[in-house]
Write a protein that binds this ligand. Structure first.
Ligand SMILES: C[S@@+](CC[C@H](N)C(=O)[O-])C[C@H]1O[C@@H](n2cnc3c(N)ncnc32)[C@H](O)[C@@H]1O
Length: 346
């Protein structure tokens, strides 16, 4: 078996110092390097140091790191951002990326030191880094209002980054009312409502989260089309009157058995012909990628809940069948994150 892109020693360096690579991105974000170079491309190291309030030595350390990682480009002693970053400034995604970096630094990193222990114990040992007594991250957030605020701000950004895939792939033709199970702050219901004017939504989530969701829905002027209800998505029956059930970034949290249970509840709540939509990151059936899914799995293995993981496309098809749904349709997003939609009909 030959590897089409075998590991090189440079590749090994990137892995060995992977968290140092992240720190270059993180420091560039925290110090404002990338917005500075966006506004003033072509600054010299000395000018950058002056603008960022850094002495010469740390300026050199930072620029060596960001340039060796191709985040910045140095030409004739002048620096500018990589084209990928400039593209994100241009299309408005840079603000989202800043939140993702903050999420990785403040929520993922403290827990990921428990990755090996989490693998050994086959559970989310990293949850011990979060205050509270709940057995999953979401039931602990309300014990720490600052963390809760940070979590939902960043969660919204993760979803805004990927949910153009949901908006593009979710066909709501003929759908009247969507149940958004564990819909968080309503970010996906809001985006879908804006894209599908005739459709109404119900967002279900935990009591602390519904307050945040109601505020967001009202801010977007959609309170007449999106209602928000507190519910436990495992313990409570799903409200009727919906012809579509959406699980967005939800089934990555739970075990296969729990996912079949949740899909079974959706099946019970839907009329014949009703549709279930699952939207989240997927891993390849071949079990060798993509890299995004492979590395994001450190977070899923250590923190959210005991069995969280980025499942393979084929696993969703098995669960749909086990819950009673007819043949599933795969709709890969085809973007740089491995998000996709998989849907089935009752
Ligand atoms: C990863 S977030 C996804 C939120 C949203 N669907 C999105 O894509 O942005 C998971 C959501 O599920 C909610 N959740 C977790 N366990 C729950 C439960 N037992 N009952 C209701 N909601 C739950 C959490 O509060 C959180 O908002």
């Amino acid at each position: 078996m030959s590897d089409p892109s075998p590991l090189t020693t440079d590749g090994l360096v990137q892995i060995l110092f992977g968290s140092s690579a992240f720190q270059m991105l993180n420091a560039g974000r925290n110090l404002g390097l990338f917005p500075l170079l966006h506004q003033q491309p072509g600054l010299t190291a000395q000018e950058i140091g002056e603008e960022l309030g850094l002495a010469d030595r740390p300026t050199q350390i930072l620029l060596l790191g960001t340039t060796a990682l191709h985040l910045t480009i140095r030409q004739d002693d002048q620096y500018r951002n990589a084209d990928v970053l400039e593209g994100m400034f241009a299309d408005g995604t840079w603000d989202i990326i800043e939140d993702l970096i903050e999420y990785e630094e403040r929520i993922v990193r403290p827990a990921e030191v428990d990755f090996t222990d989490s693998l050994r114990a086959n559970t989310n040992i990293g949850l011990r880094r979060v205050k509270g007594t709940g057995t999953d991250l979401y039931h602990r957030l309300s014990a720490d209002p600052d963390l809760e605020q940070l979590f939902y701000r960043c969660m919204r950004s993760w979803s805004r980054l990927s949910n153009p895939v949901l908006i593009e792939k979710a066909d709501l033709t003929g759908v009247r009312r969507v149940l958004d199970v564990g819909g968080g702050d309503g970010v996906n219901a809001i985006a879908l409502a804006q894209a599908n004017p005739g459709v109404e939504f119900t967002v279900l989530d935990l009591p602390g989260t519904v307050e945040i969701a109601r505020r967001k829905v009202a801010e977007h002027g959609l309170s007449d089309r999106i209602s928000v209800r507190a519910a436990d998505i495992f313990a409570d029956a799903y409200p009727g009157g919906h012809d579509c059930v959406l699980f967005a970034n939800q089934l990555v949290i739970w075990s296969p058995e729990q996912n079949v249970r949740l899909l079974g509840k959706a099946y019970a709540a839907l009329p014949d012909g009703g549709r279930v939509l699952v939207f989240n990151a997927m891993s390849d059936d071949s079990g060798d990628g993509p890299l995004y899914a492979a590395l994001d799995n450190v977070y899923f293995a250590t923190l959210p809940a005991a069995s969280s993981t980025i499942y393979r496309w084929g696993q969703y098809e098995e669960w749909f069948a086990a819950a009673g749904f007819a043949k599933a349709e795969r709709l890969p997003g085809g973007r740089w994150t491995p998000h996709g939609v998989i849907s089935a009909v009752k």
